[in-house]
Design a protein around this ligand. Structure first.
Ligand SMILES: [Zn+2]
Length: 141
């Protein structure tokens, strides 16, 4: 990109498209306050504009063919011998990953609860032992 040249009511500049390396001119559009941002036009180089137009035309053509696309996709899916195996492998991998996440979350979230429970159980076991020892002492007197 090179410097902008201001002319009365109109600023122009040359810039280079990063995708195509094409040098092209732009005119500054100051926009409208609160409605439209200022920008340099055209935004893209002629080649970019061409590719964009072709892509939009292709998208429009594909939109007209939607029913055909669905039908062909269904046909290919049915004819694809490796599809079930591929889906199975993906499902197994995803589920294994999520199961590991669930286990990790369970350990992280519930650890304090389990510690408290087992500390209580352990204390109660000790308490019963102390009580039994004292009972034996009393009976042995
Ligand atoms: Zn371009």
């Amino acid at each position: 990109m090179s410097g902008a040249v201001a002319t009365p009511g109109r600023a122009v500049r040359r810039t280079v498209c990063s995708a195509h390396g094409v040098d092209f001119g732009q005119v500054y559009d100051p926009g409208i306050a609160g409605q439209r941002e200022a920008l340099w036009l055209p935004v893209h180089c002629p080649q970019c504009e061409n590719e964009l137009r072709e892509r939009l035309e292709a998208d429009a053509e594909l939109a007209r063919l939607e029913a055909d696309l669905v039908e062909e996709t269904n046909r290919r899916a049915e004819a694809d011998g490796g599809r079930d195996e591929r889906i199975d492998a993906a499902v197994n991998a995803d589920m294994a990953e999520q199961a590991m996440q669930l286990v990790a979350e369970f350990y992280a979230r519930r650890r304090a609860e389990f510690e408290e429970f087992h500390a209580g159980q352990d204390w109660q076991r000790m308490y019963e032992q102390v009580k039994a020892d004292r009972r034996a002492k009393i009976l042995g007197r």
